[in-house]
Write a protein that binds this ligand. Structure first.
Ligand SMILES: [Zn+2]
Length: 456
């Protein structure tokens, strides 16, 4: 069987001729109709203002995580949707040290990185939209957008109180303070002493129009101060005008014109794919991943993105953040199939945003990651005295070839670590050219707020 697949990228045509024999083996090659991208890049330049901004964060989606997912799901010469954004650069992600904010902390966590693009300021690991050492609140792009009358939304496959969405909708000294019962490290922020409360409470009190993700358990905890003392965070959300959504059908049916709080799992949403985790020598696999593990009552990231856009559309413009959170979470535990499935699901959501933006022409879409991560593509182990000291798994890719993915930033069996490399940033739409070259994650705040003219 011979198939030709053609993808148009502006004026650029990539034709991937794929020869398949049987169902498992494919050989891929890229036939280059034109390697001159000058016209395509010129076509992509747009210096006008944006009506809408969609920020898409692949949590822990470094260059390796993108390459692993591409090799596995599309083949080495294939392309993901996020590969088709016309303007691409690299983004530095370092945090600063809590005790001496003049010094960089080269390996960021999701909280400090999200604070950087949400507020334009570096902070130390663990903090959400507060300054290192001082706890001073840092104004977020959501607050600026709301002050200009824009609609705002936040979508994630993690708990809505997890670090990336939390940086938009809370100011707190530590990311662990997700619900009113989790305030051990954030004593001065408690509602009962007049503080703004936990991340769940602040998220509701920030009145974003669309909140979709997991973390129902945090929102069932009891508020310990203020007007809703003694009631759950969900009760306080309802009292403040939110419609609660708890499954995919309710999400589909939610009408426009109401604020929505979608909590589709007690904790994080279920992983899309699964398989054997990475193991020390001789590793796990060779394997193909098991797909379609998410139960149908939980919406996919693409479905949440589509609905969020539909609910936010039609007004004065909007800011929406969409996070594919499980890339990071699977990287931490060496779950190669979970990681690939989460990356592919994130890529599907990127496709939803790009389809919308391409149809409208007035929407800036930025796709990036908050930090790089553990996984590496390495040669297959060759024997007792020639293999990685870490854990690894070999998967059989869409090319029909083995690919060994390694996890070795910590001892096998322990949580793997983030890494400090720059990450990809790519964009489409008005002012997308500002991501080209090398930027810092704090500049992303300026790029987005300038594009929508919501700066200070
Ligand atoms: Zn992480």
């Amino acid at each position: 069987v011979r198939r030709a697949r053609i993808a148009a990228i502006g004026g650029l045509i990539i034709a991937a001729a794929m020869a398949t024999s049987g169902c498992a083996t494919r050989r891929a090659s890229v036939a280059t109709a034109s390697l001159d991208r000058t016209h395509a890049v010129a076509q992509a330049l747009d210096d006008g203002p944006a009506r809408n901004v969609i920020l898409m964060i692949g949590d822990g989606m470094g260059h390796t995580e993108i390459t692993v997912a591409r090799n596995y799901a599309r083949g080495a010469a294939g392309r993901l949707r996020l590969d088709r954004l016309p303007l691409t650069g690299a983004c530095t992600t370092y945090a600063v040290q809590e005790t001496n904010p003049q010094l960089p902390d080269y390996v960021t966590d999701s909280a400090a990185s999200a604070t950087a693009w949400a507020t334009g300021h570096k902070t130390s690991n663990g903090r959400l939209a507060t300054a290192a050492r001082t706890d001073a609140p840092l104004r977020s792009i959501v607050e600026l957008a709301q002050a200009r009358g824009l609609r705002t939304g936040s979508v994630t496959t993690a708990e809505l109180t997890d670090a990336t969405p939390a940086a938009l909708a809370a100011h707190i000294n530590h990311r662990s303070c997700q619900g009113p019962a989790d305030m051990a490290r954030c004593a001065t922020f408690r509602k009962r002493i007049g503080g703004p409360g936990s991340i769940a409470e602040q998220t509701v009190d920030h009145h974003l129009d669309v909140l979709l993700g997991g973390g129902l358990g945090r929102f069932e905890e009891t508020v310990d101060g203020g007007p809703y003392q003694g009631h759950t965070v969900i009760d306080s959300a309802r009292a403040q005008g939110y419609r609660l959504l708890t499954n995919a059908a309710e999400l589909e049916e939610a009408p426009p014109g109401e604020k929505v709080l979608g909590l589709f799992a007690d904790g994080n949403l279920t992983l899309e794919w699964g398989g054997e985790p990475a193991k020390p020598f001789p590793g796990s696999g060779p394997q193909r991943c098991v797909e379609d593990l998410r139960p149908p009552n939980e919406p996919s990231l693409a479905a949440m993105t589509r609905k969020a856009i539909a609910l936010l559309d039609g007004g004065p413009g909007f800011f929406l953040q969409v996070e594919g959170a499980s890339i990071d979470k699977c990287d931490h535990v060496g779950d190669v199939c979970g990681q690939i499935g989460a990356t592919v699901a994130f890529d599907d959501a990127v496709g939803v945003a790009l389809d919308y933006a391409q149809a409208r022409g007035d929407t800036l879409v930025v796709v990036t990651a908050d930090h790089a991560h553990t996984s590496q593509i390495i040669p297959p182990p060759e024997g007792e005295d020639r293999h990685s000291p870490g854990a690894y798994s070999t998967v059989i890719t869409a090319d029909g070839a083995p690919m060994t993915v390694n996890y070795a930033t910590n001892l096998p069996g322990h949580m793997q670590e983030h890494t400090g490399a720059q990450v990809r940033i790519a964009a489409y739409g008005p002012q997308a050219a500002n991501v080209v070259g090398i930027t810092d994650n704090t500049e992303l705040f300026s790029i987005m707020s300038r594009a929508r003219r919501i700066g200070k």
